[in-house]
Design a protein around this ligand. Structure first.
Ligand code: 5AD
Ligand code: FES
Length: 369
């Protein structure tokens, strides 16, 4: 006999079939799922939302992901690279406005000059904020030595989305060559955990060729890896990318949005103490998309603090929101939005993932036995 959504939601653990049923739930089931996720969030996380000031400092990328607007082969992308001074200015803004922490994100490069540059920036940001500003990096696949070096210079969180945890789907959305190797990407997540980062990953939702089974496996993957943070959002097609040719396979944007909310809600119930980001891509579909994600389990928002002149060029997907506003306007706008969603901003805190500390405790208990 198949279980009802009520029965599934009463369980402590979800099987793969349970996850598929939750992902495919109808409107009635979805409401129950969202309600339960909301309760779990209130109980385990509370109503504090943490800010990560996001600086997208360069769209120069050595990779060629089929979905991404800043892929190397997109000759239509106007490339930019913000100066160190502008990045430090954005860090100062984040610090002065009590964001607690910032994310440094850019296209993936791995030259020695690039590695040195990031290292230098980390040290400068630590200096200008008296060590107060937390720093998350989102700079793709690197060697363990590089991850260690950046960690030693002050980065303590790292985001590297697996994009899809099913190799077969992974190779439908990436070229099948050594530069886009699934096992290498997976190994990078292990390296990050070994070095000691709070490690975040995630996937895109509503990709062409993606099934509910793939999404269920993504959720099980997050759990198995015991990740500290997850950021996942809807896939949004970009005209100048190879995946665009498969757009006839896509479900409508609104359905991708709903699917993303369901994934967030299910994950909150499965992993009660992790940080879950309300992805910006949600807002490309729904003007209050991120706030809706907060209601069903997300607890992190990444306001864009990239200098406005450059925002229009970091176009990973179409219809990206907030590209004309300045950082000041973004934070005022977000503050109002978050209050409206019934949450509160945890100003001046790093907003670390509780899960990370629990995981650490278990490791040290394990090593004493
Ligand atoms: N739609 C949605 N998300 C995208 N990303 C890249 N391209 C797209 C797109 N077309 C996401 C990827 C990447 C993150 C920085 O942005 O998941 O990891
Ligand atoms: Fe830049 Fe995928 S296109 S990392």
């Amino acid at each position: 006999m198949t279980k009802t959504i009520d029965e599934i939601l009463l369980q402590e653990e979800f099987s793969r079939d349970d996850l598929i049923a939750l992902i495919d739930s109808d409107d009635e089931g979805k409401k129950k799922l969202f309600q339960k996720a909301h309760e779990v969030k209130q109980q385990f996380i509370g109503n504090k939302v943490y800010f990560r000031g996001l600086v997208e400092f360069s769209n120069i990328c050595s990779k060629d992901c089929y979905y991404c607007g800043i892929r190397k082969s997109n000759k239509n992308a106007h490339r930019y690279n913000i100066t160190d001074e502008d990045i430090l200015e954005a860090a100062r803004f984040a610090h002065e406005n009590k964001y607690g922490s910032m994310v440094i994100q850019g296209g993936e490069l791995d030259s020695p000059v690039f590695v040195d540059r990031i290292d230098h920036l980390l040290k400068e940001i630590k200096k200008l904020s008296n060590g107060e500003l937390g720093i998350t990096l989102s700079l793709g696949e690197q060697t363990e030595k590089t991850y260690q070096r950046w960690f030693d210079s002050g980065a303590h969180r790292y985001l590297l989305r697996i994009e899809s945890s099913t190799p077969e789907l992974y190779y439908k959305i990436h070229p099948n060559n050594p530069k886009h190797d699934f096992d290498t990407r997976l190994e990078c997540l292990y390296k990050l955990q070994r070095v000691g980062y709070q490690t975040g990953t995630g996937v895109m939702i509503g990709l062409p060729f993606q099934t509910s089974e793939h999404l269920a496996d993504d959720l099980l993957f997050f759990k198995k890896l015991s990740v500290d943070m997850v950021g996942m959002g809807p896939y949004i097609e970009h005209e100048n990318t190879p995946l665009y040719q498969h757009r006839h396979l896509l479900i409508p944007l609104q359905d991708r949005f709903t699917l993303a909310l369901k994934m967030i809600a299910i994950l909150r119930i499965m992993m009660k103490d992790i940080n879950i980001a309300a992805a910006t891509a949600l807002q490309a579909i729904d003007p209050i998309g991120r706030e809706k994600a907060l209601k069903v389990g997300a607890n992190i928002i990444m306001p864009n603090i990239t200098p406005t002149d450059f925002r229009g060029d970091y176009l990973l997907y179409e219809n990206k929101p907030c590209i004309d506003e300045g950082a000041d306007e973004c934070s005022n706008c977000l503050e109002a939005r978050i209050k409206f969603a019934g949450d509160e901003i945890g100003y001046g805190h790093w907003g670390d993932s509780k899960h990370f500390f629990e995981r650490r405790k278990q490791v040290s208990v394990g090593s004493q036995q």
